[in-house]
Design a protein around this ligand. Sequence first.
Ligand SMILES: [Zn+2]
Ligand SMILES: [Zn+2]
Length: 354
Amino acid sequence: MTQDNLSAVLYGIDDLRLEQRPIPVPKDDEVLIKMEAIGICGSDVHYLKKGRICDFIVDKPMILGHESSGMVVGVGKNVKHLKEGDRVAIEPGVPCGQCNFCKGGRYNLCPEIFFCATPPDDGNLSRYYCHSASYCYKLPDNMSYEEGALMEPLSVGVHACRRGNVGVGSVVLVLGAGPIGLVTLLSAKAFGASKVLITDILDERLQVAKSLGADHTLKIEKHMTEQDIIKKITELLGEDPTVSLDCSGAEVSVRVALQVTKTGGVAVLVGMGKSEITIPLSGALFREIDIRGCFRYHNTYPTAIELVSSGKINVKPLVTHKFKIEDTQKAFDTAVSGEGNPIKIVIYPNRSNV
Ligand SMILES: [Zn+2]
Ligand SMILES: [Zn+2]
């Protein structure tokens, strides 16, 4: 095998370097993966530009990347369900398996979880990478590596809809039409929502949302007051949403969600913004709005793969830009500048032309 393991390493703010790392050897319960497709996430960009997210601080070099797929090229001796040549989607979080959260199934809350490209854990924007085989999921033949990589953001949408109890007949409001808003829209439709309204400040994103199946879109204009936005949402839906999912993290969106959600409904806060904001709380409490947090996901990969493989969800339109790993800097520059309206930028570590 080649000894080339070019990797995208973040050294600090605006200091991204491509460098060689040794090709790792899989432990007994791991597989070695030849990486094929990796999506750039908002969090990768955030670490590049700010060096931290909340208490997660990049204080030593860290390989970026966590939305990924590849081909198994090495298998640890305890691994039974995968073999060389299998194509897999990689779930980036590997929990401890021992704590109460893990035993209860909500392993996203495990305090000991390893998570790709969350300091201090390395990500997998490399040509080769080893991962726990239990968190690698075989891709059906009808799914591409790009789709495999997109199982990560789609998992966020699936988990958000589960947190919101979205089901047949739900009337859903999604605030923010970035990548996470869009996968939440796709999930809500697949879960049986009768109507989904999605908001954003950018026309281009709302057009994509329309093409992905949004029943209604609302462009948030600068001059609109909170009350204008609330009135417009109820007008467009013909009723108040039973579930609101904030995928923007913006204070005004959270405030709108708490006020517009139907009495007795659910507001899920998916987006991460400022750590402290002002919200109209008592009105929401009097109306028994369930306000729910949402952090990553658990037990979503099999569902996400099934939704795409069966044709219920099409994630392909989300991929707007493609780069080889040598052009990683260019890929991140595009993510930062927003040039060409990128939704999902995908990097191919083992392709010479894309
Ligand atoms: Zn991500
Ligand atoms: Zn645990």
